[in-house]
Design a protein around this ligand. Structure first.
Ligand code: F6P
Length: 361
């Protein structure tokens, strides 16, 4: 017997980079919305692209059963940003109109979007265009303002930590320095947490530009004390103090000339500064694939069912969130256009330093 709901029919999509826990969240939203409130559900394929090209279908319970533990997203995803390049992209206003048209053609009362900063920003923009939107915070980067944690982060942290554990034995066997790169273009949460969990000797994150002389000094000190190997954990967006001084265009050029991968750039710099045998490993998409951790399943399910409650109550224009230890929601203007960086006074940075980890400065 279904409880009275303000939302009768809604669309659901996943946008941006995938992550473990998306299917658990889809299941959470759909199960609660369908079973408790009797809502009709339209699955939109491949993020906002599905709304542009009208690629959508009714989801029945069979579609969202057995997906709790599956990686990726049953809906598909894309990096389509309908407002994204509004100043450059001549098609932008056409895309926005097409999406609004599909929304009304499908008879939606609301659109549920599962995504990161970009997706929730797009959601906020559509709210301002008059669409009813509810957002869920997903990303392995854990960099969404308004929530204390995103689903996907915990699974990626476990994968990153295991990789660091495995690198320890090979680094030790060969007496090498190994630089491992984890995802996190703008925010260093993943590298910082995995670095601490895996006992990295040096952790470099975008929020703290590094000085190669400090890194070299730390590695040499370790070598002198009899430690024959070192593990350097770097975020994809790690940068030197020199790079930090460059403007966007000059930095882009620097990376064209020196290689796009932080791990390889830093490994070269370490070799040049110390002469130590150094190798680089980029973990890449392995971090985003596969089954979600138990913690991400729990978070995704809780946020999904909370989103269904917002749908039932007709509370639109919000993103569900973990605030402290409570499941809550924030206005979509909260994450809009922002990145949640690691504060330089965050306790995990002092924790890392307290166990002797060098943060690059
Ligand atoms: O999902 C966010 C993220 O994992 C970032 O850390 C990374 O920069 C980005 O995805 C790369 O993903 P893609 O190649 O799919 O754009």
């Amino acid at each position: 017997m279904s409880i009275q709901s303000k939302t009768k029919r809604f669309g659901i999509l996943t946008a941006g980079g995938d992550c473990p826990g998306l299917n658990a969240a889809i299941r959470g939203v759909c199960r609660a919305a369908h079973d408790q409130y009797g809502m009709e559900i339209i699955g939109i394929a491949n993020g906002f692209r599905g709304l542009i090209v009208e690629d959508a279908k009714v989801l029945k319970p069979d579609d969202f059963t057995g997906i709790l533990t599956r990686g990726g997203t049953i809906l598909g995803s894309s990096r389509e940003k309908p407002f994204g390049a509004a100043d450059k992209d001549e098609d932008a206003s056409e895309k926005v109109s097409a999406i609004k048209e599909t929304y009304s053609k499908l008879g939606l009362d609301c659109l549920v979007i599962l995504g990161g900063n970009g997706t929730n920003t797009t959601g906020y923009n559509f709210s301002r265009e008059g669409l009813n939107i509810i957002g869920l915070p997903k990303t392995i980067d854990n960099d969404i303002v308004g929530t204390d944690r995103t689903f996907g982060f915990h699974s990626a942290l476990a994968i990153g930590t295991e990789a660091i554990d495995r690198l320890h034995s090979t680094a030790q066997s060969h007496s090498r320095v190994i630089v491992i790169e984890l995802m996190g273009h703008k925010a260093g949460w993943l590298a910082l947490y995995a670095g601490v969990a895996g006992g990295g000797d040096i952790i470099l994150i975008p929020e703290i530009p590094y000085d190669i002389n400090v890194i070299a000094g730390h590695l040499e000190k370790r070598a002198k004390s009899g430690k024959t190997f070192s593990i350097v954990v770097v975020a994809e967006g790690a940068l030197s103090v020199q790079e930090d001084r460059l403007d966007k265009k000059a930095r882009k050029q620097y990376r064209i000339e020196n290689g796009p991968s932080a791990a390889y750039r830093i490994a070269r710099e370490i070799l040049a500064a110390t002469g130590m045998e150094t190798r680089a490993t980029v973990l890449g998409y392995v971090q985003r694939g596969g089954i979600p951790s138990a913690s991400d399943r729990v978070l995704a399910t809780s946020l999904g069912t909370a989103a269904a409650k917002l749908l039932a109550d007709g509370k639109y224009g919000r993103m569900v969130a973990l605030v402290g230890s409570e499941i809550a929601s924030v206005d979509l203007s909260v994450p809009e256009g922002k990145v949640k960086n690691v504060p330089v006074d965050h306790y995990m940075i002092s924790t890392a330093r307290a166990v002797g980890t060098c943060m690059g400065v």
